[in-house]
Ligand binder design. Sequence first.
Ligand code: CAA
Length: 255
Amino acid sequence: MSVKLTRQDEFAVITLDRQEALNALSAAVLRDLAQAFDQVAVSDARALIITGAGAKAFCAGADIKELTGRSLSEQRRDAAFGQAVLARLDDLPMFSVAAINGYAFGGGMELALACTFRIAVATAKLGLPEIKLGLIPGYGGTQRLPRTVGEARALEMIMSGRTLDAEEALRIGLVHRVVDADPLAAAIGFARGISGFGLPALRLARDAVKRALDVPLHEGLKIEADLNTLAFQTEDATEGMNAFMEKRKPRFQDR
Ligand code: CAA
């Protein structure tokens, strides 16, 4: 099995483990990934961390050996499937963190972009090099990259196929943190800084921000008011505000 689902304390950890192909996303890996996401969705994990096995690669993208010789309809089906699998990350009840331990190229970069947060080791290399294959990204890169780093930077990255090092990725907001070693431990530490808050409020915050980028401002503000009112009705909100008044730490119950 090249997709391993394990548990580290309160976190689910998915490890892509196909090191002979730099953890590339074959059709079988994508199917296994979808299954793992389904399992995580119904678990009590407070966050999902995704990483790659070995020191070399997070994921080197779609499996280029499988791409060659495909018909147009097969390619269309594959792009739609890959997009749908990565989009499941948005629907998970918990947030996700990509622990980028090496190369994150093409579909691998797109997998990281579909996660809520990204932590990279200092030696990581990132990019969308599809143009060098005569292609363009197909698992959401043309849509999520501009939403993450802005249109100008996204166009330059996608049209040049240029490789970024971790420091540049940090500077342009493509990754949230760069660490010298052990990106998995760093991702877990990062997740722990967030996962103690109530899951309903965390989910509403994710939804509000995601939807901000799809609608005009006046509609986004209405969405925010609605989701803010939903958060206000949770027991966690009552607890959080009472705890503030009583000068004590809140005990959130995810309700
Ligand atoms: N698909 C299939 N196999 C891959 C692969 C991929 N994306 N990336 C690497 N591999 C395989 C290599 O073919 C090689 O296997 P063999 O030993 O059997 O030949 C093995 O992994 C090791 O790779 P390299 O020898 O190339 O390792 P390297 O250290 O010299 O180079 C690299 C590393 C720069 C990441 C290089 O492997 C590379 O450029 N890989 C392709 C990256 C890429 O173009 N990704 C985009 C794919 S298309 C896509 O993802 C479309 C989309 O939007 C979904």
